[in-house]
Write a protein that binds this ligand. Structure first.
Ligand SMILES: Cc1cc2nc3c(=O)[nH]c(=O)nc-3n(C[C@H](O)[C@H](O)[C@H](O)COP(=O)(O)OP(=O)(O)OC[C@H]3O[C@@H](n4cnc5c(N)ncnc54)[C@H](O)[C@@H]3O)c2cc1C
Length: 439
């Protein structure tokens, strides 16, 4: 889609880690790209990492976006959580408090001169493809935004490409549990969990043993009268806090408000907390016009889990799950730029569709459920390397994989302690070089 005559205009939706990373790379390539326009619905940079004490609505009456809790520390060491070209402060411990990540993202934003390109409190309402003969490639995008606080007018601007960086930890996924409405205690989703104190003396059932479920279990075990972790992978091999029980998944809630587990056991807790993850939502993309489908946590059709084959200037950054997010964004975004600047030539639409279909069939034949197809896990490293090879940019150094994978093992073996580990992957001299690169 490279235009010979003029620079490309790119809209970026969201100023979380992915949106900032997109802007950082677009700004570095001003020979090809105009400075991007970032639309951010809130008034702050950092997305998920902007902790809000309140739940529901914020002080401006907007829905609270972040799912952070007060005492959260990262579950990935800062040495590999960082963008590869911008390390965290070397004096910080490996597993940092969420306030440090927000600080880090603000530093990244200012260091790369991104802030002036962000339009805060702008909600992207619609992103529509427009086919016109007058522009090279024929396809442009009308991006319509409104003032998030409801004041002011809608505006529509035209772009050559759109990078969707709207995150996917905002819209709680509520599983279809028979009789959920019968539950008489406090029913909540982990999106609204902030602090442990209000749960003192209460009995709690947590549904889901993902990263949030496990973290919240540890916090609540300090104060609650009883904590039960209900999940599908019984029993977990890692040591759990004293007094925490494990139970099978919740099959239904009976008319007396009792939780009935898969094996017939029952419980009537004070609190039932769903730690069941989040939905993908792209409310600004019309189903009829763009035809993106979200089924069972799988988003299709997306070539390389990234771009729509019929609209190869629409990029969805960061929809893969079970990845090391910031370095993954760093790779996806540079690949997207190589598609836009023409240094990587995409296969034809038909070839991309055939490849996607073949990949999907291989996964399904291997027994991967549709809802797990976007979980890359250890395959993320080959994926990132492929992005780098096709996009002709520097791959991640090998220690990224070794440290990330080692951390996964330590987390599984030593859940209660792994965040106290300190990694020393760089010598002081190497750190100085890294810090210099970021300067
Ligand atoms: C509880 C929790 C703990 C986590 N812990 C870790 C960790 O330890 N390490 C790690 O690496 N990752 C962690 N993550 C994952 C984290 O989400 C990613 O690291 C990363 O921050 C995601 O960035 P993002 O830019 O994709 O999305 P987000 O941070 O969600 O940012 C999206 C932005 O888009 C904006 N937006 C959305 N829709 C619109 C619209 N229509 N118009 C305008 N703006 C819009 C939002 O306001 C937001 O600012 C955690 C996530 C959660 C929820």
């Amino acid at each position: 889609m490279m235009s010979n005559s003029r620079r490309l205009q790119v809209a970026v939706i969201g100023a979380g880690a992915a949106g900032l990373c997109a802007a950082r790379h677009l700004l570095a390539r001003q020979d090809v790209f105009c400075p991007p326009v970032l639309y951010e619905f809130t008034k702050r940079v950092g997305g998920t990492w902007v902790y809000e004490e309140q739940v529901g609505r914020d002080e401006d009456g907007l829905p609270v976006y972040s799912s952070m809790y007060r005492d959260l520390r990262t579950n990935i060491p800062k040495e590999v959580m960082a963008f590869p070209d911008f390390p965290f402060d070397k004096h910080l411990p490996s597993f940092v408090h969420h306030t440090e990540v927000r600080k880090y993202l603000n530093q990244y934003c200012d260091y790369f001169g991104i802030r002036e390109h962000i339009k805060f409190h702008r909600l992207v309402d619609s992103v529509r493809p427009v086919f016109s003969e007058s522009r090279q490639g024929g396809l442009t995008w009308d991006v319509t935004t409104s003032d998030a606080t409801g004041k002011g007018h809608k505006t529509t601007n035209q772009f050559d490409a759109v990078m969707v960086c709207n995150g996917h930890f905002f819209d709680p996924y509520i599983p279809a549990i028979t009789g959920l409405e019968n539950f008489k205690g406090m029913l909540m989703h982990s999106h609204d969990y902030r602090v442990a104190e209000p749960f003192a003396g209460k009995s709690v059932v947590l549904l889901g043993a993902g990263l949030s479920g496990m973290d919240i279990m540890i916090e609540l075990s300090e104060v609650a009268s009883e904590v039960t972790l209900s999940h599908r992978h019984l029993p977990l091999s890692c040591p759990l806090p004293r007094g925490v029980h494990q139970a099978q998944g919740v099959k239904l809630i009976n008319e007396d408000g009792e939780l009935v587990f898969e094996d017939g056991d029952r419980a009537k807790p004070d609190v039932f907390m769903l730690c069941t993850g989040y939905n993908f939502t792209f409310p600004f993309l019309s189903k009829e016009e763009v035809g993106l489908q979200v089924r069972e946590h799988c988003v299709t059709p997306l070539y390389k889990h990234l771009l729509h084959p019929a609209f190869p200037s629409l990029f969805l950054i960061g929809i893969c799950r079970a990845v090391c997010p910031f370095p993954h964004f760093h790779c996806q975004i540079q690949f997207a730029l190589s598609v836009m600047d023409g240094s990587f030539t995409l296969p034809t639409q038909k070839q991309m569709e055939e490849e996607m279909e073949a990949d999907m069939q291989t996964q399904l034949q291997k027994g991967t459920a549709l809802r797990h197809i976007l979980k890359l896990d250890s395959e993320q490293w080959d994926y990132n390397d492929e992005m780098a090879q096709l996009g002709k940019f520097k791959p991640l150094p090998p220690f990224w994989k070794s440290l990330y994978e080692a951390n996964k093992v330590f987390r599984a073996q030593d859940l209660l302690n792994y965040k106290n580990y300190i990694y020393q992957v760089f010598s002081d001299q190497e750190w100085t070089v890294m810090q210099k690169i970021a300067e």
